[in-house]
Design a protein around this ligand. Structure first.
Ligand code: THG
Length: 263
């Protein structure tokens, strides 16, 4: 399971404040905390309200790399900001994200090729997020076809079916899980799959419970990667346990400790 730490995102008030004040220490601290908890990548998102998103992304990428050597997941709808982040990234990054819309595909895939970046493709187009899995898959197929067109490695394309909050879009849950299963038959080799887990529980009570239950179910459907709160210990224990049940790790009485120390 590839874990992307979600916390360096201007959606969080403390991060928005640090970005606004160009105060590096809270950001460095979040980078260190997530690395220590076992993140494989760090999501970096300046947030929806950042003035000068390109300059803010440059500042954020520099500050994160002062504290951690982890590769980055550059999360923005602004491709100038992503391009600026790619220029500064020391390791091959993930571009988060592109949706199935020609102008975005035509900008994102060449950018990914140029930098050897991986690319998250969303099951969404200019009309929005479809409800049923067939329509989500049709959009995933557009992205798979684009990868072939741009000679982009399919295993570097990570398809995100897009989770919505369970309190307002409960009927999407089974469709997301079915999409995760079916993505694997779209091509050979198949694309990878990824979700932004915390979306599921936004504005819900028992957030961690909703997240970790969704995570276990998504893992059962073949999920490869997730943007998560890696500092949620119960979530991390659920992931470790799901790996045992799915026979992805070898059982030992101490498997929870081993999971924390891995890599
Ligand atoms: N897919 C992809 N990328 C994504 C998402 C996705 N990036 C962003 C997001 N979704 C994943 N990251 C988060 C980060 C924070 C929250 C949810 C998802 C979150 N934040 C608090 C809230 O809104 O209640 C912030 C409030 C606070 O604590 O200050 O829930 O799906 N590819």
């Amino acid at each position: 399971m590839i874990l992307i730490g979600e916390r360096i995102n201007g959606m969080f008030r403390d991060v928005a404040r640090a970005i606004r004040a160009r105060d590096p220490e809270p950001i460095r601290q979040l980078a260190r905390l997530q690395e220590a908890a076992g993140a494989d990548y760090l999501d970096v998102n300046v947030g929806p309200t950042a003035a000068e998103p390109v300059e803010a992304m440059q500042w954020l990428v520099r500050v994160v790399q002062e504290a951690s050597d982890l590769p980055l997941c550059l999360d923005s709808t602004n491709y100038d900001a992503i391009a600026a982040g790619l220029e500064l990234a020391r390791k091959p990054a993930v571009i988060n994200s592109v949706y199935a819309d020609r102008p975005r595909i035509e900008r994102a895939f060449p950018m990914a090729r140029k930098h050897g970046a991986k690319l998250i493709g969303l099951c969404m187009d200019a009309k929005g997020i479809p409800k049923n899995s067939e329509n989500r898959l049709a959009l995933a197929m557009e992205l798979v076809a684009a990868a072939a067109e741009y000679d982009f490695p399919l295993e570097d394309l990570w398809i995100d079916p897009l989770i919505l909050p369970v309190n307002v879009a409960q009927d999407h849950g089974p469709e997301v899980l079915e999409t995760l299963r079916q993505v694997k038959i779209l091509s050979d080799p198949p694309p990878k799959t990824v979700i932004g887990l915390s979306n599921a529980s936004q504005k819900c009570v028992n957030r961690s419970l909703v997240d970790r239950t969704f995570m276990a179910m998504a893992m059962c459907c073949g999920l490869d990667a997730a943007i998560v709160n890696v500092n949620d210990e119960e979530l991390m224990a659920t992931i470790a346990t799901a790996r045992i049940i799915l026979n992805q790790d070898v059982y030992a009485d101490s498997y929870l400790k081993v999971f924390k120390k891995r890599g």
